[in-house]
Design a protein around this ligand. Sequence first.
Ligand SMILES: *[C@@H]1O[C@H](CO)[C@@H](O)[C@H](O)[C@H]1NC(C)=O
Ligand SMILES: *[C@@H]1O[C@H](CO)[C@@H](O)[C@H](O)[C@H]1NC(C)=O
Ligand SMILES: *[C@@H]1O[C@H](CO)[C@@H](O)[C@H](O)[C@H]1NC(C)=O
Ligand SMILES: *[C@@H]1O[C@H](CO)[C@@H](O)[C@H](O)[C@H]1NC(C)=O
Length: 919
Amino acid sequence: MGAVSGSESSWCSTIGLLAFALGFALWPFTVTAVLVSEKELSNPEHGRRNLHDIGGSINIDCGIQKDSSYTDEKTELQYASDDGFIGSGENKDISSEFKTETLQTSLLNVRSFPQGNRSCYTLKPPRGKGTNYFIRATFMYGNYDEQNQLPEFGLYLGVNEWDTIKFENASHVVIKEIIYAAVTDDVYVCLSNTGSGTPFISTLELRHFDEKSYNQTEFTALLLYRRYDIGSTTGQIVRYKKDAYDRMWFPYNLPQSRPINTSSEIDTLNRTEYQLPSTVMNTAVVPENASDTLHFELDTGDPTLTFYPFLHFAELVKLQSNERREFNIDINGNLWFQALAPKYLSSTTINGSGPVRGTNLSFKLSKTQSSTLPPILNAMEVYRAKDFLNMPTHQDDVVAIMEIRGWYELSKFWEGDPCLPLPAWDGLQCSDNGYNPHKITTLNLSSRGLTGTIHTSIGRLKSLQYLDLSNNSLTGTLPEFLLQLPDLRAANLSGNKLSGSVPSDFSAIIGDGSLSVDGNPDLCVTGPCKKEKKKKNLAVPIIAAIVSSVVVLIVLAILWSYRRKQRMHRPKQSAKQVARTHRQGSGSLKLDNRHFTYDEVLRITNNFQTIIGKGGFGTVYHGLLSDGTQVAVKMLSPSSTQGSNEFLTEVELLMRVHHRNLVSFTAYCNEGTNIGIIYEYMASGNLAEHLSDKRKDTLTWKERIQIAVDAAQGLEYLHHGCKPPIIHRDVKTTNILLNEKMQAKIADFGLSKCFQVENQSQSHLLTTVVGTLGYLDPEYYNCNRLTERSDVFSFGVVLLELITGRPAVIKSEGNPHIIQWVSTFLGRGDIRGIVDPRLQGNFNINSAWKAVETAMACVPLNSNQRPTMSHVLVELKECLEIELAYEQRLEMQGVLMESRNTFEMSPLGSEIETMPLAR
Ligand SMILES: *[C@@H]1O[C@H](CO)[C@@H](O)[C@H](O)[C@H]1NC(C)=O
Ligand SMILES: *[C@@H]1O[C@H](CO)[C@@H](O)[C@H](O)[C@H]1NC(C)=O
Ligand SMILES: *[C@@H]1O[C@H](CO)[C@@H](O)[C@H](O)[C@H]1NC(C)=O
Ligand SMILES: *[C@@H]1O[C@H](CO)[C@@H](O)[C@H](O)[C@H]1NC(C)=O
């Protein structure tokens, strides 16, 4: 029973998942690097470090003469020209009126990029991928082009958007800094022309950080938002050599505060991993009034942005034995760090345990009861978190296309990653399913004046569908690899200087027009070349006969597989036809096992004795197979005529999808009006019951997130693991079933659609909208536009239900939809108001925030703004990890109660969360 057919499961693959797992593996935190830095730190001789000791730095003064370099007077850093890092662009000097005495040398000239949509610098950080870098790009317009027109353009790091470059005026120096763990050995800094002026750049610098400082989470980069030297007495920007990493510290004083300083050095013996400059740390502020608090605000203007503050402290006053300086740090009214007592002349960095957010970040440092002295603050940094979710183009394709680029000398036009950011390299098109890394599908080098032979690396672009090399001067013979590219649909080699005879294997694809070789006068398409001696021998006709029968076989095979594919898109086939095709397709499979007679159905359900559910077009009964396996039997109600199509769709889908998070198909019954599906029995019922039924034990937070991860995995597989992708169209809590181990599986594929699409970002216009109110994607509902993102919307609603324990819509007047309901709490930053009160606060606050954020990210009205299920899955897994780590910590602290399900236990609230709070 329920044998899984090998040929069917091959329709769906786990390769996608593997690729994703590999993506994770690209983020190693190397043990050796940490050891080295620890050794360095404990070395008393180790004083101020030099940038060159820290694993190398790259200093490029963009726009200076080729091969030139100089040493900057202030920083003593050596800057070099940008040749070797970029091929495109023009060097320009800024207008003389902006060349002031005090202007930094590196701002005197720029490199501008009037041609092409995207220009990229290629940096090769000396320590390779997986390490933490900080990159600073500096821009000053200075009317270099005499146009008096401030441009605006995009800045990218690799394949992800970093920022937008905008200017207030021509002398405005825009500095962008980013901390980033490189995923590839080559780091691309790209400027993209967005149609608002020519991109240019003044300076580009890269520095390496110690692994342990400024750790960001996976898929996140940190953008510098503020970096202040607080209480500065000089009013000067501090950077290298005072700062070993060449961070730039801007002088800043807080309102209602009093600067204090010391002439002593800070951190003379031990430096922290942050390597803070003594000049920055030996000035600070305390409140004007000794009894007051230090209070200041940063206006972020955007509640959706996420910030990571790093506050730096050192005691500057030698305290008497009866004196004590100890204070708490609040951000936006939430305790962020408790009872901090800075050490004398030794720095401490506090970065809390997670991000903060709000249109306004309000910091408050107030002394504790046991403190005799007011709080102090020496320096601070605030970084904005930026999701870096795009993955670089598939590395096999990158390697191949780089060789092609070198061979035909195209590096001037082709810079950075081949496919991203959009547009791809001129002449390329790439696949994008929002999940796997991009692959090159079109290579068009028509009319590029190419010479030489057709490079074999083209044959390594395994996803190539269209190849156009027409109207060049390519020589040599027709490459064999054209026959080996599995997806190749058309190749145009016309108008070249190819020669030799065409192997007969090519005749079929030349014949059907998919390969064009016209206009190659020296190529002998039919028969052997005239120049060659005609060697007539007996073998020829035999070979020809063999070849032609091989061709016939291949054509038959193609036709057969085409028909198989066709079948997948004909949902209105009868189940019998489905079974018959299957039987023909895979003779050895005992598909008859999957067909039950009505009598058998009566027997296994004991005459439909136990109803376990009611669906839209039928009833679900409990059944028992002869081997003791429990099953669910869904019978189409005889009165329902429109249900039969859905039913057949479901049979067909269930037969070909296999995943641990989808309910598995056992058999079907199709006798006259008695139509039924027999599938896996899910002992714990559906998710909706667990969330609403007061009699059941409340699901714990961990269980909820696990269920969310399971369900997300199922959907993710439908969207990205199946070919063609499947859109469920009816994701809701009643269609998520739980087995006895509380493992969740997606059920009910009656409304599902599968699409064969060329370009998967395409959407589909459908005449009828189906789904369930409350879960229905508003864009799909209003515009009939169906994409995978419609399921993402519905899944977002399910997530919100899991988090809040509330139904999607409450059937009474004036009750808002769950999205609005959550939004109002979110506006107030009230996470505990959102999470199901039945949990009594037994959850990790950061895990909860992440869950809410993930859910809300799924439900924007515009489907383009929603993430893919793959991204949702990554976020949910992180949520689960945060919760597991938190529970482990509690367990270690010995405060975890025996049972997590009883309501009597005392709430494990903020009292126990001794770690600094995120909000
Ligand atoms: C140019 O803009 C910067 C940044 O807003 C500002 O600090 C500076 O005063 C402006 N300079 C002029 C000449 O307007
Ligand atoms: C410390 O502050 C005093 C004034 O408050 C100032 O005169 C002195 O130069 C400062 N010392 C340092 C090392 O900045
Ligand atoms: C390749 O580009 C040329 C124009 O540069 C265009 O005419 C041709 O249709 C393109 N070929 C393909 C296969 O897209
Ligand atoms: C062929 O390429 C040349 C440049 O190499 C171009 O001038 C010409 O217009 C192209 N012809 C066609 C038919 O595309």
